[in-house]
Design a protein around this ligand. Structure first.
Ligand SMILES: *Cc1c(COP(=O)(O)O)cnc(C)c1O
Length: 372
């Protein structure tokens, strides 16, 4: 049988091995090194943000963002229910409380209007949320103009989880560059990868330097180990960074390829009643993973039925994120509900979106969807 078709496998350029070899030859292995500094500069420059610290995962970057913003035990943090758990686990690392908000129907990001209502309600109940986490889902920018206006109205800082959205833009600005702090992931399934890694960016130098200090075990600048606060071992190794430097050179090409994969699915499946995440007039998605909604005429669980048929052909597909308010670990927290996330979960399917997918693969995949 032919090789398995994965959802979003790593796609190397061939240059990674050279950069890694340079790092090994120079004996800069870990924790920091010239490749990490170069990788940080590339991330900052590409996204038009002044400061960047590379860390060993996107989840670590979100955790550091919360710590830097002073989120502590008992604080509340706004977060979309429709996301990957990595977006909101760090709220629990700080013993803070996630306040979950439902999605809007077009781009599937946090619903700005409902978010506004949720914040007003939390304030009425006696506590202003300490931060807002916004997620650009499957690469689609959340409605940042509205979200930032609401955040400004209440003076609440915004963390942009752009783990899936490197290269996406909103009104000409890069995902991750619009909030107070942005984060990226370079996990193996993301649009470019360091095998595992992440980054935190901000135009505020103190925050990035504080995150850097915390990521390196919070060592004070004295000749012995002196610690005034709790640190973390979150640094990205110089070898991983070397891989990231090479991957950056193919990022724009990967975005073009991802969008081409999306265009094929959309042009083939739209006439058969399948729905897609929509860009608005000012958004540009890197289309990290093409996700479809099964048609309204479909029977219950048809998304999973299609998934199983694809699995039978050794093709990986996955249901959309199971909303956080339905997760045993998050279901006791406040939730502002409009029913959208549950509908997306019940009808949605992530399709193989690898940038090395062939047209024949895509035709085989769409044929399985069409007959359902
Ligand atoms: C992948 C991902 C994360 C976590 O990134 P890691 O590097 O895997 O820790 C966080 N949020 C979202 C939306 C993600 O897709």
């Amino acid at each position: 049988m032919r090789n398995r078709i994965f959802l979003s496998p790593p796609h190397l350029s061939g240059e990674e091995i050279k950069e890694i070899e340079k790092a090994i030859q120079s004996n800069w292995i870990a924790p920091a090194g010239p490749a990490t500094a170069a990788f940080e500069r590339k991330i900052a420059q590409y996204n038009g943000v002044e400061h960047c610290v590379a860390v060993n995962s996107g989840t670590a970057a979100i955790h550091l963002a919360l710590v830097v913003l002073g989120v502590e035990k008992g604080d509340e943090v706004i977060c979309p229910t429709f996301t990957f758990a990595g977006s909101c686990y760090p709220i629990l690392y700080q013993s803070a409380t996630p306040v979950l908000v439902d999605s809007e129907k077009e781009g599937w990001g946090i619903d700005p209007k409902l978010m506004d209502e949720a914040i007003a309600d939390r304030i009425r109940l006696g506590k202003k949320p300490k931060a807002i986490i916004v997620v650009h889902l499957f690469g689609m920018p959340a409605r940042m103009n509205e979200i930032m206006a609401i955040a400004k109205k209440y003076s609440i800082p915004v963390i942009e989880d752009a783990a899936e959205a490197l290269g996406s833009t909103y009104a000409g600005k890069h995902a991750g560059s619009m909030g107070d702090i942005g984060i990226y992931s370079f996990n193996g399934n993301k649009i470019i990868t360091t095998s595992g890694g992440g980054a935190l960016v901000s135009s505020k130098k103190e925050w990035v330097e504080q995150a850097r200090y915390l990521s390196g075990q919070a060592k004070s600048p004295v000749p012995y180990y002196h610690h005034e606060t709790i640190g973390f071992n979150y640094q990205l190794s110089n070898i991983s960074s070397a891989m990231g430097v090479a991957q950056f050179s193919v990022l724009d090409e990967r975005i073009r390829e991802k969008r081409k994969v999306f265009d094929f699915y959309k042009s083939t499946l739209t006439n058969h009643g399948f729905g897609f995440q929509k860009e608005d007039e000012v958004s540009f998605s890197n289309r990290w993973i093409t996700s479809v909604l099964t048609p309204n005429y479909s029977t219950d669980n048809s998304n999973n039925k299609i998934r199983l048929e694809l699995e039978h052909e050794n093709i990986e597909a996955r249901l959309l994120w199971k909303p956080m308010h339905l997760q045993p670990v998050f279901n006791k927290f406040p939730f502002y509900d409009s029913g959208v996330a549950e509908d997306l979960f019940s009808r949605g399917l992530c399709l193989p979106s690898g940038t090395s997918l062939t047209e024949a693969d895509q035709k085989l995949i769409t044929s399985k969807l069409i007959k359902n």
